[in-house]
Design a binder for this molecule. Structure first.
Ligand SMILES: Nc1ncnc2c1ncn2[C@@H]1O[C@H](COP(=O)(O)OP(=O)(O)O)[C@@H](O)[C@H]1O
Ligand code: SF4
Ligand SMILES: [Mg+2]
Length: 333
């Protein structure tokens, strides 16, 4: 392999042993506690877990946007060969403006309510590329079409409040992708939308990411969302990744009892009329984690071995496949 080919094969993002903690009066909240994963160029990774598992803080850590007193206290985040955890603020801001962008659940967090959509979009383009107003407007129009917005000329002249929630989110996604960033971190952007709109947007984003070669980290609490979207899945629980693999591996032959529990609580996978099985108990309080496996108090397979912290056990010959469990399910490959 030539040196350039080797560089191309190098993952775009390598997160290794990331720990992001929040000191509070009651103790240290270990929101992210030893997270490792990597992402190749153009790849779509689903980051899945219940509320409070540390998905958003993982995303904010990568973007350098953790609110103090929260702080990355250990681990490394290497983006295209550059260590982000020690990158000066100004360089990090440039990276966020040009090569990494984020989409959040509430599009109004990123859209300016008093600016017309055409201005918001062309400003984003012109801040990045000196292409002139006319070409910027043409690109903005094209970007709206690509996220499924019909009659874009009319839409460009509108203000954000004149759009439905689904349309606003489409605009926010169009803006996040308009400068063809290498990486987009999407934090539950379709969670508030109805299922049909959500499905359309997922499909459009996937197509767009494939076309532009943009890598995506798609954060969601909903396993059904990643099914048709992601190449690979990481399942998070209590600040850690407990299972990872290709989407087919994780959804069709989960190794971790928590993933199994999540799958069993998805309606579509159950026969009509069958009762859904919920995972018993609640996600653990961030300051009240049990010793050993954090899933221990809810796990049907727990035994005395689980009082010891299970390491991530990889699969020989397949470093991207693994589970953090002493007794992985035997239908695992
Ligand atoms: N500012 C903060 N101060 C203290 N704890 C926080 C703060 N922000 C998040 N956390 C805690 O970090 C954990 C992970 O949060 P988060 O990443 O938002 O979860 P998710 O996105 O998976 O729902 C939660 O236990 C949450 O309570
Ligand atoms: S380590 Fe034990 S408690 Fe944890 S998921 Fe595996 S079997 Fe369950
Ligand atoms: Mg979140």
């Amino acid at each position: 392999m030539s040196a350039t080919a080797a560089m191309r094969d190098e993952p775009l993002l390598v997160v290794d042993g990331l720990c992001t903690h929040f000191p509070t009066r009651a103790g240290v909240v270990k929101a992210v506690d030893g997270v490792s994963f990597s992402l190749r160029r153009g790849e779509i990774l689903g980051l899945v877990g219940e509320s409070g598992s540390g998905k958003s803080i993982t995303g904010y850590s990568i973007l350098g946007l953790v609110d103090p007193p929260g702080r990355v206290v250990a681990g490394s985040i290497r983006y295209d060969g550059v260590e982000l955890t020690t990158l000066p603020g100004e360089a990090m801001r440039r990276l966020r403006g040009n090569r990494i962008s984020m989409v959040v659940q509430d599009p109004m967090a990123t859209l300016n309510p008093v600016l017309r959509i055409d201005r918001q979009m062309t400003e984003t383009i012109l801040a990045h590329d000196d292409v002139g107003e006319a070409l910027a407007l043409e690109r903005a129009r094209d970007a709206l079409l690509r996220v499924g917005i019909a009659s874009p000329d009319e839409r460009l002249r509108a203000y954000p409040h004149q759009f439905s929630g689904g349309m606003r989110q489409r605009v926010a996604i169009a803006i996040a992708l308009i400068n063809r960033p290498d990486l987009v971190i999407a934090d539950e952007p379709t969670t508030a939308l109805d299922v049909t709109i959500q499905g359309q947007i997922l499909h459009e984003v996937q197509t767009l990411a494939r076309e532009t070669g943009t890598a995506l980290v798609w954060i969601t609490h909903d396993l059904t969302v990643v099914a048709g979207l992601a190449d690979r899945v990481c399942v998070m629980y209590a600040g850690r990744i407990v299972e990872q693999g290709t989407t087919a591996q994780v959804l069709e032959s989960p190794a971790h009892p928590y993933t199994r529990g999540l799958l069993d609580s998805v309606p579509a996978r159950n026969a009509r009329g069958a009762r859904l099985r919920q995972i018993p108990g609640m996600p653990p309080a961030p300051l009240g984690l049990p010793d050993g496996c954090a899933f221990r108090e809810r796990c049907p397979r727990a035994d005395e071995a689980c009082v010891a912290d299970p390491p991530m056990r990889g699969t020989p010959g397949d470093p991207d496949r693994g589970a953090r469990c002493h007794h992985p399910l035997d239908d695992a490959p």
